[in-house]
Design a protein around this ligand. Structure first.
Ligand SMILES: C[S@@+](CC[C@H](N)C(=O)[O-])C[C@H]1O[C@@H](n2cnc3c(N)ncnc32)[C@H](O)[C@@H]1O
Length: 276
């Protein structure tokens, strides 16, 4: 696609995002612009279109096109026991705190296809806490949520996940947690029992419960400061006193108005505890 002048293109992108919000309710207006632009360009090329306005026309008239657009402009990459030292820190520092609660509510926001959620379920099961937990796993994208709900992953990936599981302090045989069928690994149904998958949009929806832990990793990096601030307000208001917030490697509570309301629980692992 040969770009028109950049200023004109910025206007087209604003109109596109405004239209998608006004018509479909998906609000990308406060996503970080440079990565959003990159992904829009990539999508335009993939679909064989020739301008952002062209894309706007299609996305407003065709729901299937919208679904492809949603999948293409957000990054859904995830894995089980991603950044294993984070899970090791959860196991060593957070689990002992959780033992004091009779019932534990956990929110995985922006859970994508569910790998992180099942990693948490495995961890809790090994620490004999799973039966006391209810895990709410949300994403704004219905397609990735459906995949998450199914609990079916590529068998090929399980070898890599086994390595990460071991680094995260796991000491069982990882294959205990799934059954293998053809090219797929299906997560044991007992691990799925206490997980509720639901659609929730961090840009537009409000709090829906009070949680002891909120994990939201590798989502805020795609938001601008205004949206990050909104989401931090939402998390703060959704955490119980002394609740735990877990963020991604490149994310933090610095530069938000909430930095004074938390104490860093594990240095370097982006695990914070609400102060009261
Ligand atoms: C890179 S993935 C992160 C998955 C997982 N948390 C991890 O760290 O492996 C980002 C996820 O955020 C979701 N997402 C993006 N914008 C969102 C929003 N406004 N509300 C809820 N989820 C959103 C995407 O659909 C995607 O599944």
């Amino acid at each position: 696609m040969s770009l028109p002048n950049p200023k004109l293109e910025d206007i087209e992108i604003q109109l596109l995002l405004e239209g998608v919000y006004r018509y479909w309710g998906y609000d990308f207006r406060n996503y970080a612009l440079s990565s959003l632009k990159r992904r829009i360009h990539h999508f335009i090329k993939k679909e064989g279109l020739n301008s952002v306005s062209n894309l706007q026309e299609q996305v407003l008239h065709d729901r299937e096109f919208l679904e492809r657009f949603l999948l293409s402009i957000t990054v859904n990459v995830t894995s089980m026991f991603r950044d294993p030292s984070f899970y090791l820190a959860l196991r060593n520092e957070v689990i002992p705190l959780l033992r004091t609660y009779p019932f534990i509510r956990i929110w995985h926001a922006g859970c994508s296809t569910g790998e992180e959620v099942y990693s948490m379920a495995i961890l809790l099961e090994e620490e004999k806490l799973y039966q006391r937990c209810r895990i709410y796993a949300t994403d704004f994208n219905e397609k990735v949520l459906q995949q998450a709900k199914s609990g079916i992953f590529s068998l090929k990936l399980m070898q890599d996940y086994t390595q990460l599981y071991l680094k995260a302090g796991g000491n069982k045989s990882f294959s205990e947690y799934y059954t293998a069928g053809y090219d797929n690994a299906i997560i044991r149904s007992s691990l799925r029992e206490n997980i509720v998958f639901a659609q929730h949009n961090l840009a537009t929806d409000s709090s829906f419960n009070e949680f002891h832990i909120i994990i939201c990793r590798n989502v805020l990096i795609y938001f601008n400061q205004t949206l990050q601030k909104r989401v931090h307000e939402l998390f703060y208001n959704s955490l119980c006193p002394f609740g735990i917030l877990g963020l991604g490697r490149q994310e933090s509570i610095r530069f938000t108005t909430k930095d004074q309301q938390y104490q860093e629980l594990v240095k370097g692992e982006k695990l914070y505890r609400r102060l009261n």
